[in-house]
Write a protein of this length. Structure first.
Length: 432
């Protein structure tokens, strides 16, 4: 991922220095286990830790000749360790190192993403509680439907990201497996105890059946979860983009001093952060299908998955990390305009209370079809003529034969729309 959309902590996981350090630790821990089993001398395992190292330019130089990155790495390590290096990689194959390393990297990336989600949840909850009873119009098909509250909107996003956090935690557990099983995964040349030891030291669990590679259904699920999280990011970003439209202007991204919205039009205040998040979400989702296509490898293994993962591993996690952090800032500083929300609520003269008039009429004894007809007729007059919906209803003889003035006014009481907000909030955030 380009530096513009990278945060240092996540990017560092995918740097060559980190990758080779993980490779070294896998090999060194394997040597310890082999020494305990008596397969290699304990002095050799000790020498690997004491003198072991690698040189990245030297690895690159060797790989240009060997065309094999693990062999190049092992050659560089041997140049540091000396004669005892002949015991390194005993009974192992390249995938033991590569796949176990990828598991470590994805687990570490997951931990950062989980922290991102935790901070986003804090921000969403704070803003949801702040606007728990801030009335605004709810829209279906982009058209005014019925009143809701801005806090309920944000509570819905909170609940979604809470589900995403649970999904990611499960995906992290599923991806964090270790495979040190040798060629075609039979342990013919290495004891399973080595795998158990390396898994424990690297914070992983043992892969039950590795077939030389860790099954890629695990990776497909992991990247699919990242894609779902990205979609949730976009859903919130699209909501902000709609609310910031000039005709709506119920909320907008914070516009900092000195910020400029357009090179040509000085008045512009564009939802650039939300639009950026929409684009990043597309990128992350675009990496889901390649991950799923990696599941079907030839027989026990091939490397058709390798090039894919070298791209999507860093890019998906780095892009989503950046997006989540950007979204945290957006939510934290989101500017909300309750007065504009009220203005939009009132824009159609109260027709958004039509269902409650309909219900009042049916409860008074009018048939539903007749009630719908008279209420819709009055509402359409507001659409075409303007004015207040309640006045159109007052002028309808059928309505006033069934409803008293008090009944009619009660149908327009905003408190009716918010009487169960506390119940919903308790479901989302808990009774406290």
């Amino acid at each position: 991922m380009i530096p513009r959309y990278s945060r240092p902590e996540m990017a560092a996981i995918w740097e060559p220095e980190t990758r080779f350090r993980i490779w070294f630790e896998i090999e060194a821990h394997a040597c310890d286990a082999q020494a305990e089993l008596g397969v290699i001398p304990k002095e050799a395992a000790k020498a690997v830790w004491e003198r072991g190292g690698f040189d990245i330019p030297r690895i690159d130089e060797i790989e240009r000749e060997t065309k094999h990155d693990v062999i190049a790495f092992l050659t560089s390590v041997s140049e540091h360790v000396g004669p005892e290096a002949r015991f390194v990689h005993q009974g192992m194959t390249s995938s033991d190192v590569l796949d176990t390393c990828l598991s470590v990297q994805l687990a570490r990336a997951s931990d950062i993403l989980l922290d991102d989600l935790d901070r986003l949840l804090v921000a969403l909850r704070r803003r949801a509680e702040e606007h728990k009873f801030t009335l605004c119009i709810g829209r279906s098909h982009g058209i005014h439907a019925e009143p809701t509250t801005f806090g309920l909107k944000l509570a819905g996003h909170y609940a979604e990201f809470a589900r995403n956090r649970a999904r990611l935690a499960a995906a992290r557990a599923e991806i964090a497996t270790c495979a040190i099983s040798g060629p075609v995964g039979t342990f013919a040349s290495i004891d399973p105890a080595v795998e158990r030891h390396v898994a424990e030291k690297m914070g992983l669990t043992v892969e039950p059946v590795s077939t030389q590679v860790i099954p890629r259904d695990r990776h497909a699920m992991f990247f699919s979860v990242l894609g779902v999280i990205a979609s949730s990011v976009e859903r919130l970003a699209v909501e902000v983009r709609h609310l910031q439209r000039t005709e709506v202007r119920e909320a907008e991204e914070y516009f900092s001093p000195g910020q400029k919205g357009s090179s040509a039009m000085p008045h512009k205040r564009n939802p650039v952060l939300s639009e950026n998040l929409t684009g990043l979400a597309r990128l992350v989702r675009g990496m889901v299908v390649p991950a799923q296509e990696n599941v079907a490898l030839w027989h026990e293994r091939d490397i058709s998955h390798s090039s894919v993962e070298r791209v999507i591993g860093p890019d998906a996690t780095i892009a989503l990390d950046f997006a989540l952090n950007r979204l945290v800032g957006l939510v934290d500083k989101l500017v909300v305009y309750p007065e504009m929300m009220q203005r939009n609520l009132d824009a159609l003269g109260g027709v958004v209370f039509s269902q409650h008039v309909l219900l009042a009429l049916t409860q008074s004894g009018m048939g539903r079809e007749d009630a719908y007809r008279v209420v819709q007729a009055c509402a359409m007059k507001v659409w075409h003529e303007g004015g207040r919906f309640i006045d159109k209803l007052r002028g309808d003889a059928e309505v006033m034969r069934c409803l008293s003035e008090a009944d009619l006014e009660r149908a327009f009481d905003p408190a009716v729309q918010t009487r169960h907000v506390d119940t919903i909030f308790a479901r989302v955030f808990g009774s406290a």
